[in-house]
Design a protein around this ligand. Sequence first.
Ligand SMILES: *Cc1c(COP(=O)(O)O)cnc(C)c1O
Length: 451
Amino acid sequence: MVQYVSTRGVAPPLGFGDVLLAGLATDGGLYVPDQWPRLADGFDGKRPYHEVATDVMWPYVEGSIEREAFAGLVAEAYAAFHHPEVCPLVELDDLHLLELFWGPTLAFKDVALQLVGRLFDHELTRRGSRATIVVATSGDTGSAAIEACIDRATLDIVVLHPAGRVSDVQRRQMTTVQAPNVHNVAIEGTFDDCQDLVKACFADGSFRERVRLSAMNSINWARVMAQVVYYVTSAAKLGPCSFSVPTGNFGNIFAGWIADRMGTPVQQLVIGSNRNDILARWAADGSLVVEPVVPTLSPSMDIQVSSNHERLLFELLGRDGARTTELLSRFRGVGSAEAPQDQRFEAATVDDAATLHIIREVHERTGLLVDPHTAVGIGAARARRRDPDVPMVCLATAHPAKFPDAVEEATGVRPPLPERLADLLQREERYDVLPADLAQVQRRIEAAVGS
Ligand SMILES: *Cc1c(COP(=O)(O)O)cnc(C)c1O
């Protein structure tokens, strides 16, 4: 049975249920499975998504949940998607687009979080416990986490977003949700202020205990695990193929690396970066050098320290926790380090001008609208594709209507929201505004839990 070990090598191994609720390990590391199970042979591209998903993920959860119960949660999670294939493949000239935006909030984070919310609820119910999820968001994560928590009896969620610094659509996707266990706070400050407040809440041991703080952020193993599935279903449909992934925290593309390790025939894994291209520089020369974050048209990738990269570095250092700790503390301390490379990854940087050009050109040639994150992946795929005979799959991580300004600037067409969200801009909003002050934020969280 799979157990989970920390990339820093000190925290004791845990089973899936504990890893799900813990998020980060007590030694500051990330949990990884102690083995990479092999996929059964012959995944058939015609089976329903939720069935393949259950099979692919089962070895990672076995022992912590009954098979029937797990299959039920997976089926429910993907029934919340508005496409019968859940993550459909669409042809785009000589490329394939893997559309990951058919979930409730129009971005790929739903694929993992719709399942993770249900897994939290199941595990907490089993333990007779509750949790309070606190999330800092610069846009997409907040709404996906909220949709994961709506109507879950064991969960309250409080989301901090920087006041005036998320798009109207993004804010309204969070603040128009009318569930009693969902709470939004606009913080008078930046995204970094929000993130610091969340970190400070977790660092305050007595507060953490009192409100039973928990996280669903992108380092949570369960999120990575859920993302492995669509690499497997894509290869089942297309045969051996390559993937190009617009990359921020490295969670999505690392799931592609895992699919490969489990036996999925993956030829190339292409990292698409915007101007915040620390990973592209790492892929080129093995250096990890932090530079200031610059805002771009693909804000969900405006990241310099890609937290999930640590999982890959741990593998490349021979699963040696001490060496991983040493590398990471040098990197975090002085902002640069030499790191091992993996030949399977290639990368390309696509700046804002090129992003707009790609959106325009795709629209002119095919009539399709793509969002700026997806466009970065398409640009990287074109720049780095090795073999035109091997299918290249570009991950479409957001619906174009989620980033209407950039799409309109590129094409002159403002992408409409899907029918079910058409009245989003008229719905009533509900949120508090607070200064970036820890005591006030903690009082607000306690009030949310008491209510
Ligand atoms: C989060 C996000 C990404 C980046 O994914 P990572 O797993 O952090 O690499 C890319 N595109 C969109 C639209 C996102 O929301």
